[in-house]
Ligand binder design. Structure first.
Ligand SMILES: [Zn+2]
Length: 351
C-alpha cells in the first residue's frame, strides 16, 4: 500500500554576504506535492536489503570514499555561451564537468515526469548563468528527492539513490500512522537538546535552528498533516539530499564569490536530528529503535549516509563560504552521548 499523503519536505538555503554581521536571509524551497511511497506494500523481490554496496566501509570512521567533484574544471565556456532556452542543457553540462553524480541525480529527477521538470520547479530566474548557478545546489537536492520518490514508488518501499553503484531500499520506516513503525520526527523537539539550538520561529537569528521551522513543524497528534509528522524514512531522505547539497557547494564554491551559504549548516543540522531521533527511539519508542538498530537495511543505510556526510564535511572543513554557523552546529553533533548512538549502530553493523 502506498501512502497517499504528500511529503512536504523542503530545502532550506541560507545566504549571507561576506563580512555581514546581520541575520542571513532565508530562502525556503518548497517541494510540496512530491509523493513519497509508504511501506509494507506488495513488494516482491529484493526490497528491504542494501544493494550494490560492497565497496562501502562504515566500520572504520573516515574510511568512506567516493569520486570527488572536480571544482577546478573550467565551466567558463558554458557560462559565457549560456542562453536561457537551453537552461536544462546548461545544468546538465556544468554538472557533468564538475559533479557527475549531481548530473545523475538531476537526470533521474527529470525522468520522474509526474513531478514536472525539477529544474524548472526549483529555479525562478533562468535569465542568466549566474542565477542558475545560485540555485544549483537546491536543484540537485530537490531533483534528488524526486528521483527517490520515483524509486520508492516503483519498489513500494523507501528507496534511496546514493550513487550510481549504491541504492538502498528499506521497509517500514514511516510512522505508525502512515503504515510503518517509527514516529513523527517533530517529537525530537521535546528532547533535552532542543533548547541548545531552539527553533527560530518567525525570526532567523544566529544561534537558533532555522531548519526546525521546515522539518520539525506541526503537531503530530492533530489531524493536520505537516512536514514534521513524517517518520524516520523521510528524515534520512533529507540527510541524503543535504549531503548532495554540500557536494554541489564543494564543486561550485568558486562561483559563490562574496556569498556565504549554509551547505555545511544543513547537513550538520540533519546529522544532529538523526542522532537525537535515534536516542529518543532507543529511550521511548522500542519498535522504532528495533527497526533502526536491528534491520540491516536501515542500520547500514544510516551509517552509510553518516559516513558520506562526514566525507564531505571533512573535504569542506575550514571553508569560509560553505557554512554560516556550522561550527556551532558541529559542536552539537559531536556531543559524546549523541555520537555514542551512532557508535552503537556501528558496533552492531560491524560485529
Ligand atoms: Zn529536502
Amino acid at each position: 500500500m502506498l501512502a497517499a499523503t504528500a511529503a512536504l519536505c523542503s530545502s532550506v538555503l541560507l545566504v549571507a554576504c561576506a563580512g555581514s554581521t546581520g541575520s542571513p536571509a532565508t530562502s525556503t524551497d518548497r517541494d510540496g506535492g512530491a509523493t513519497s511511497a509508504g511501506d509494507g506494500g506488495s513488494l516482491t523481490g529484493d526490497g528491504g536489503s542494501p544493494a550494490g554496496d560492497a565497496s562501502v566501509n562504515v566500520c572504520q570512521p573516515g574510511a568512506y570514499t567516493e569520486t570527488l567533484p572536480t571544482p577546478t574544471a573550467s565551466i567558463a565556456d558554458l557560462v559565457s555561451s549560456y542562453a536561457p532556452p537551453a537552461y536544462q542543457d546548461f545544468v546538465l553540462k556544468i554538472l557533468e564537468r564538475r559533479y557527475p553524480l549531481g548530473k545523475s541525480l538531476v537526470t533521474r529527477g527529470l525522468a520522474n515526469t509526474e513531478q514536472g521538470n525539477c529544474i524548472e520547479r526549483f529555479t525562478s530566474d533562468r535569465s542568466n548563468a549566474a542565477a542558475i548557478l545560485r540555485r544549483l545546489e537546491v536543484v540537485v537536492h530537490e531533483c534528488g528527492h524526486i528521483a527517490d520518490f520515483a524509486l520508492s514508488k516503483s519498489l513500494g518501499t523507501n528507496g534511496y539513490f546514493i550513487r550510481d553503484d549504491l541504492t538502498f531500499s528499506c521497509k517500514s520506516g514511516d510512522t505508525t500512522t502512515r503504515g510503518g513503525v517509527t514516529f513523527a520526527r517533530s517529537r525530537i523537539r521535546g528532547d533535552a537538546y532542543n533548547a541548545s539550538r531552539p527553533p527560530c520561529g518567525g525570526t532567523v537569528t544566529k544561534g537558533c535552528d532555522s531548519y526546525a521551522n521546515v522539518y520539525l513543524d506541526g503537531n503530530p497528534d492533530d489531524a493536520k498533516f505537516e512536514s514534521g509528522d513524517q517518520g524516520y524514512n523521510l528524515l534520512l531522505e533529507e540527510a541524503v539530499q543535504y549531503v548532495n547539497s554540500l557536494a554541489t557547494g564543494y564543486a561550485f564554491e568558486d562561483q559563490l564569490k562574496t556569498t556565504i551559504v549554509s551547505n555545511r549548516d544543513g547537513i550538520l543540522t540533519l546529522l544532529w536530528y538523526l542522532e537525537r531521533y535515534i536516542k529518543l527511539a532507543r529511550e521511548t519508542y522500542p519498535a522504532a529503535y528495533k527497526l533502526i538498530s536491528e534491520d540491516p537495511c536501515w542500520r547500514h543505510g544510516t551509517l552509510t549516509v553518516w559516513a558520506r556526510a562526514q566525507f564531505y564535511l571533512e573535504k569542506t572543513k575550514g571553508s569560509t563560504s560553505l557554512g554560516i554557523d556550522d561550527e556551532a552546529i558541529e559542536a552539537l553533533v559531536n556531543a559524546p552521548e549523541l555520537l555514542k548512538e551512532i557508535e552503537t549502530l556501528r558496533q552492531l553493523d560491524c560485529k
